[in-house]
Design a protein around this ligand. Sequence first.
Ligand SMILES: C[S@@+](CC[C@H](N)C(=O)[O-])C[C@H]1O[C@@H](n2cnc3c(N)ncnc32)[C@H](O)[C@@H]1O
Length: 290
Amino acid sequence: MGFERISLTARLAAWMRQFSDIPFAAEVARRLHARETFEALLREHDMEPEDLLWYAPVFEGRYRAVERAIRESGAAEVLELASGLSLRGLAMTADPTLTYVESDLPELTEEKAALVAELRRDMALPDHGNLHLAAADALDLAQLRAAAAPLRPGQPAAIVSEGLLPYLLPDEVKTLAGNVRELLAELGGVWITPDFALTSDVGDVSERQRRFRAVIAAATERRMHTSTFADEGEVHAFLRGLGLRATVRRVADEPLHLVSPERLGLSRETVEAVVRRLRVWIVTLDAGAR
Ligand SMILES: C[S@@+](CC[C@H](N)C(=O)[O-])C[C@H]1O[C@@H](n2cnc3c(N)ncnc32)[C@H](O)[C@@H]1O
């Protein structure tokens, strides 16, 4: 299946987030030597930083929109799948009333455990014992159930996934959504994801985006966006078929303050073009389907 190669994209995301004011983002990029990964990618593909950096607001906006949705869900129990190196759990568990499980593939989780320990030590971060790092393949329900073990029973959960679906094949997306459905049935709560991509958004790409995807495809040995949906209606139909229902929130309708555009000197048009495509899906069990 080769999911491990996708882990490289977590480094790329970490690199992109350093231009934001997301907690730990600058530290993470520095400590992971994400710059080396980034520069090697550029060299290999004969590209300039400007060819990729316009993407930074996507990573900042996605992180912030998901964070907002978690807070607004009111859930105090969070299980994040494919959480990569965004360390949202480390940031959010500064609140001791929250339990947060960051799960990802084993190798990445091991690397993250060392990174979190280093940050805790160097930044004197308090440890309330409410952040859990778990190795789990998001396509394996038994592994997800084990990862969810620290969540307090009887409390609604937020299951979060950000940036995984674009790398999955259609069958894998179905497996993932089915797994989340099972977890929602067992735990109660919502699935929060910005990941359902529409063909219209994904197809309408600039030359720069095409090149970005070529870089990612070469690095991960996976083509991005093989599992897109014709429109929002098709996402709803897909989820309904699995006993799920969704509401969609468009970031353009509820703007977020993003700092990376200014730090990178990006034009308003560039930023609007990427933000226009950002949506967060809030998915629950479809009571009528059960
Ligand atoms: C683009 S990164 C996103 C990471 C993080 N959510 C973020 O926004 O920075 C994709 C992540 O998916 C993880 N991944 C890939 N296949 C996976 C699988 N089958 N199960 C769990 N995680 C997976 C990778 O290790 C990587 O961390």
